[in-house]
Write a protein of this length. Structure first.
Length: 247
């Protein structure tokens, strides 16, 4: 150990700090052979003794320990409350994110379901044309058709003829969609048949919609307790005109 290293460790040594045994041994060996470092040690001891004897000593208040502990406990409680609030904030954010994700999933699931339902209605429309099975009862009499539906369905849909407006009632039939039997009103317009599927409305039924599938146009709307799906190989404006008549 040289003088510089000895000077570095002298302060810790004189303050009775625990030193590594090897360092302490080297420090003693150096002091034994170096008068200059022994003088430095003596000067430090003299300074330490003078500070003890001459500087005033003010004992700490008897309740200082209690005050310090009380303040530390209060700060710890405050810190714990802040951590708890941060955790609660993150939990609320996480819950909100989960709720939004669920809403999004349900929304897209409902949208997908509705889009699939549109495909089903167009398929039923095309099926009625291919098999030449537009009607089970061919009639232009709304009362007769309404009575026919009433005898076969739990709830019979409203039926009307709009021949004067260019939409003649051709009759109706029973169709099967979403695992249930529903009414299909059939109208004729400019030589084109229009299938108007009618069933009791549910919360999932959305306001007016327009969909195009293949060569068919479809519009869907809700009127009172009924949901309507009108499908035809006609322009959408022609279907909108029929919708206004039905409403």
């Amino acid at each position: 150990m040289n003088c510089r290293a000895c000077l570095y460790w002298l302060q810790a040594y004189i303050d009775s700090e625990a030193l590594d045994a090897e360092i302490e041994a080297k420090l003693h060996a150096h002091l034994d052979g170096c008068p200059k470092c022994r003088e430095r040690l003596a000067a430090l001891e003299l300074l330490r003794q003078g500070v003890r004897e001459r500087l005033p000593y003010h004992p700490a208040p008897s309740d200082m320990s209690r005050q310090v502990l009380a303040r530390a406990e209060a700060e710890e409680r405050t810190a714990q409350a802040q951590r708890a609030e941060r955790r609660a904030s993150w939990a609320r954010l996480a819950l909100a994110a989960v709720v939004l994700a669920i809403v999004a999933i349900l929304y897209f699931a409902a949208s997908s379901s509705r889009d699939g339902l549109a495909e089903d209605f167009v398929a039923r429309h095309e099926h009625s044309l291919l098999e030449d099975h537009l009607t089970d009862l061919a009639t232009s009499d709304p009362a007769m058709l309404a009575a026919w539906f009433a005898a076969r369905l739990d709830r019979a849909p409203p039926v009307a003829d709009f021949d004067r407006a260019g939409y003649r009632l051709l009759g109706g039939r029973l169709d099967f969609i979403e695992h249930r039997t529903i009414a299909a009103l059939v109208y004729g317009h400019q030589g084109h048949p229009i299938n108007v599927f009618v069933m009791p409305a549910t919360k999932a039924d959305r306001p007016l919609r327009r969909v195009t599938r293949g060569g068919a146009n479809l519009i869907a709307w809700r009127q009172g307790q009924w949901a309507y799906w009108a499908v035809a190989d006609l322009d959408t404006k022609d279907l909108q005109a029929l919708r206004q008549l039905i409403e």
